[in-house]
Design a protein around this ligand. Sequence first.
Ligand SMILES: *Cc1c(COP(=O)(O)O)cnc(C)c1O
Length: 240
Amino acid sequence: MSGSEMEATYRSVRENVESVRARIDAAANRAGRRPESVRLMAVTKTRSLPQIEAAYAAGVRLFGENLVRDAGEKYRSFRSDAELHLIGHLQRNKVRAACDVAACVESVDKLATAEAIAARCREAGRAMDVLLEVNTSGEATKSGFASRDGLVRDLEAIRFLPSVTVRGLMTVGPLTDDERSVRRAFRSLWQLREELRAGFPGVDWSELSMGMSGDFEIAVEEGATIVRIGAALFGARPTP
Ligand SMILES: *Cc1c(COP(=O)(O)O)cnc(C)c1O
């Protein structure tokens, strides 16, 4: 990147961060929530290090990556006060690398994954925060626990794993322009969290990670504490 391209990147990312943050704050205010209760995550899949640096310079401290390999390359020596969450499906053979780089795995959708994280983190002498991913859209291509019963069954074991701390729930909303079905999906995640809070009061249910570039304002209105934003900060993803 040339110097002027770099400057343009920093400027556009800063403007985008400010405008997304303003929209988050407005949505929170509409819903009678404190704007500080919603964290903005910059989702950096396919993005370059200068773009990530630009988001950091604009004040973002929470980052998300889908692939462990990319996360390792970009974040292993990134700023020490930045927090990285893995938001993509975590394959078993990537758990070791994930435990080296991430503060939280948001995409835990079965007991075996949580067990593998616990085993590796215990070896490494660290703890890992996790969110349980829920399929709220019913779309077969989406990952996440498909049923409340399945989640509860695995949670019975996950909550006692050493080195793994459940912090809440995550979902990817349905891919549609129909605002009502998006809102229904986010509301169902909030509702599920309330049920789980009642059934498992010893677990920390603080986080609801939901909302992406196309639907984050609805998610904030429905209780999101983390919104995961890529395109609205960095522009449309380059098509491969
Ligand atoms: C890519 C991705 C996002 C961000 O999507 P945008 O539409 O670019 O904002 C959020 N969450 C997950 C799980 C993703 O894979």
